[in-house]
Design a protein around this ligand. Structure first.
Ligand code: ZN
Length: 106
């Protein structure tokens, strides 16, 4: 199986106040600045896990684990989990085909 995999996940940092956001905003909710630069979050702490057991119209669906995490850069995001990491675990973030994923730090 081949796929494009990159270390870290892109977050957007306000040029004025340095607060980081995900996904990208039009205006910074903190200082109302409108200029952002791309940054990368590499680590996150798992806050909550959900499991998607069924998907409408999909046969042979394998249960998938989704984690809501808080990145080391600040913003929370939802990522696909590639292992059994639970709440409180520190995971490394990566992108696969443009989507955010996480797995336990090795
Ligand atoms: Zn700002």
């Amino acid at each position: 199986m081949s796929s494009v995999s990159d270390s870290g996940v892109t977050v957007w940092r306000c040029v004025s106040c340095r607060e980081a956001f995900y996904p990208e905003r039009l205006l910074c909710p903190r200082c109302h600045g409108d200029r952002f630069e791309a940054d990368r979050a590499h680590d996150a702490v798992v806050e909550e896990i959900s499991v998607i057991r069924h998907m409408l119209g999909q046969e042979n669906w394998q249960p998938r684990r989704i984690a809501s995490v808080r990145t080391s850069s600040g913003p929370r995001m939802t990522v696909g989990l590639r292992d059994e990491s639970g709440p409180g675990a520190v995971i490394e973030l990566f992108e696969e085909n443009g989507a955010p994923f996480g797995r336990a730090k090795s």
